[in-house]
Design a protein. Structure first.
Length: 277
């Protein structure tokens, strides 16, 4: 999981470009008519997120009559959003460019509205509110983004500083049928700021990440067995190489990359190593 750079262009121009492509002239007129207020809301959003106080933003009732009009601007496959995706992708390292960084498991297939467009239709096409994601994460996140106490529930990949220290771990165990399995969990041995760590915990819980990572990790066992069987190095050198590769991948994919976490746990696990004794 790594941060993504936010779009550096003018979000208001994206709005105007989307409006201009509407064939319904009456719809265009309504959307242009409310733009002065939309522009003010964009400024408010950008100022709040720069100060990490987006949580203070609440539904603006004056936009409710235009909800459908504003939401109609969002179409993931539109020319406008294809262009926006390409610009975000170009600013993203190739190693993570096409993988959802909400989960790091599934390819990017959609934009998530960090502030849901159901509650905030005015931000339906605000570029800083659109975060590349997979459909699975998008579906689990849905329209709930804060709890009853006003606490954010999900990491903002643009503006939250994702910790560069480990918080994701896994236990390796052998099932009754002899299969190796994993149990991913979060811990905070490196004293991550507690407010941020609580968002990380909520993010993992609500997106079902530990279970999704467990399912993805099962195939690593056979992959690693194949690597060991095919190598001409002695066993200890193979293990050292696996560890070195996993640690290099933390740099490319983030300090809590689920695959590297599983690989390091496997080569330190007696239930895996006994297969080669």
């Amino acid at each position: 999981m790594k941060n993504i750079k936010a779009y550096v262009g003018d979000s208001k121009e994206v709005y105007h470009a989307a409006v201009a492509r509407k064939e319904d002239t009456a719809l265009q007129a309504r959307l242009n008519h409310i733009f002065p207020n939309i522009g003010k809301q964009y400024d408010i959003y950008d100022n709040l997120i720069a100060c990490n106080t987006l949580i203070s933003l609440y539904h603006e009732a004056s936009f409710s009559p235009y909800r459908q009009d504003l939401q109609s601007l969002y179409n993931y496959d539109s020319v406008i959003l294809r262009g926006l995706r390409q610009k975000i992708e170009k600013a993203t390292p190739a190693s993570i460019r096409y993988t959802c960084q909400y989960c790091t498991v599934t390819p990017v297939e959609s934009f998530d509205h960090y502030l849901p467009k159901e509650e905030f239709p005015e931000y339906s096409i605000h570029s800083n509110n659109l975060i590349p994601s997979c459909k699975t994460c998008n579906g689990y996140k849905s329209y709930v983004w804060r709890d009853a106490g006003g606490n954010r529930l999900f990491i903002n990949l643009y503006y939250d500083t994702i910790p560069e220290v480990r918080f994701l771990f896994t236990d390796v165990f052998e099932e009754e049928d002899g299969e190796i399995n994993f149990k991913y969990y979060l811990d905070n041995p490196n004293a991550i700021d507690l407010d941020l760590y609580h968002i990380v915990q909520s993010h993992f819980q609500r997106l079902r990440l530990t279970e999704r990572m467990r399912k993805a990790a099962v195939s690593i066992v056979s992959e690693l067995e194949g690597t060991i069987a095919a190598s001409t190095l002695d066993f200890s050198a193979i293990i050292d190489e696996v560890k070195a590769t996993a640690n290099r991948n933390f740099s490319s994919y983030g300090s809590n990359y689920w695959k590297s976490v599983a690989e390091l746990a496997l080569v330190d696990s007696p239930v895996f190593l006994k297969r080669f004794v």
